[in-house]
Ligand binder design. Structure first.
Ligand SMILES: Cc1cc2nc3c(=O)[nH]c(=O)nc-3n(C[C@H](O)[C@H](O)[C@H](O)COP(=O)(O)OP(=O)(O)OC[C@H]3O[C@@H](n4cnc5c(N)ncnc54)[C@H](O)[C@@H]3O)c2cc1C
Length: 343
């Protein structure tokens, strides 16, 4: 075994935004394609499963992870026409900044400030302020972890939907994404997306207020003012997806409980999971060291001593309370690394 490449019994507490105590049997930070291929061969020789943890901003980790954890760290952004080919380890927000400042492209500004890597962005089709990755997705390259073959995926093959894709399921993974292609309009052909009132109000009246740079700054400001800082209060951002229900379910809900804030999505209504949790007075509610944030009802934090089991138990309590009061099933957004899907 290459001791420099593969670490044994690796402490992952600094590799997950919830700061949960967790150790990997084997760990490899793959900074190049070559290191990645060596890591894949190592896993094959040892007969161990592969799990992928990039920045750890959307995972809930158990105390022990068997097999090899790979952290993709490959770097590089190449511009070809209006397309950017981006290696998996580039930080998402660095890409957004570079796309505007260095390449003069627009279209990613609403997605400013989302933590994590470019390689992880397709997993849950990251989205914010009315824009999703799928709106500017050109394709991706992934390696099959069993066969080691390289595959290209277009948008249809990724099966993107709201916070979901063909790649999003509990570990172990089948593919590792190594490169993502972003397709963007030039700034001259750019139409800002200001569907969300918060963002519209934040940019209104500013100088050159609809430029990608101004929108980026407004988004960053809004995010800092709303969300607890994961460095101070370890968390993975929104913990539950906003439930999307059909019109008849929506009508029977408002009959029972009165007006409910919602966003029209074709013949469906998207409800605010934060609002539902807040209505139940669950801000500050704790199980062990896991707590619903006092600042934002959609965020679950590690109060300092949380375990995987505490987070899981709190998740279930919140889901149960929302089901009992509103008859709505809340789905967690982060990926639980216990091998079992939780719903
Ligand atoms: C404060 C905060 C705010 C957030 N805001 C938003 C938001 O507005 N919108 C949003 O959509 N998300 C948001 N998130 C969630 C998170 O930032 C995204 O899901 C991000 O894409 C995760 O990136 P990561 O590198 O940390 O992935 P990780 O958390 O390390 O991994 C997430 C999943 O992706 C898999 N994975 C990671 N990289 C690869 C790869 N290269 N190939 C294959 N599988 C891979 C992992 O196995 C895991 O299943 C937020 C999180 C935080 C902490």
């Amino acid at each position: 075994m290459d001791d420099d490449l593969i670490k044994r019994d690796f402490d992952l507490s600094a590799n997950n935004f919830l700061a949960l105590p967790s150790r990997a049997e084997y760990f490899c930070a793959a900074l190049t394609q070559e290191m990645l291929m060596q890591a894949l061969l190592f896993a094959r020789e040892q007969g161990v499963a592969i799990k992928i943890i990039a920045s750890g901003s959307n995972v809930v980790l158990p105390e022990k992870i068997s097999g090899l954890v790979i952290s993709p760290g490959m770097q590089g952004i190449v511009k070809r026409g209006d397309r950017l080919q981006v290696s998996a380890g580039v930080l998402w927000d660095d890409l957004v900044k570079e796309s505007i400042e260095r390449f003069g492209l627009a279209g990613l500004e609403n997605l400013s400030g989302i933590p994590g890597t470019v390689g992880a962005a397709p997993i849950q089709n990251i989205g914010a302020y009315g824009v999703e990755l799928s709106d500017c997705f050109g394709g991706l390259v992934a390696i099959n972890l069993k066969t080691h073959e390289r595959h290209q995926f277009d948008a249809a093959a990724c099966q993107f939907s709201y916070r979901n894709s063909v790649f999003k399921h509990p570990a172990p993974a089948q593919y590792i994404i190594t490169e993502v292609e972003i397709a963007l309009p030039q700034i001259q052909a750019f139409k800002p997306c200001l569907d969300y009132a918060d963002l519209r109000n934040a940019v209104a009246g500013g100088q050159d207020s609809h430029s990608p740079q101004a929108i980026r700054e407004a988004v960053l400001q809004l995010r800092y003012s709303k969300l607890p800082d994961p460095v101070m209060q370890p968390n993975v951002g929104s913990f539950f997806k906003n439930p999307v229900i059909n019109l008849s379910a929506y009508n029977s809900l408002i009959k029972k409980i009165g007006p409910v804030p919602n966003h029209i999505e074709g013949s469906f209504r998207k409800l605010s999971a934060a609002w539902l949790i807040d209505q139940l007075g669950l801000k500050g509610f704790r199980v062990g060291g896991a707590q619903v944030s006092n600042q934002h009802a959609l965020v679950i934090e590690n109060a300092g001593w949380a375990s995987f089991d505490d987070i899981l138990a709190l998740t279930r309590k919140v889901q149960q309370a929302v089901m009992e009061k509103f008859y709505i099933s809340l789905q967690p957004e982060p990926v639980f690394f216990n091998g079992d899907p939780i719903s």
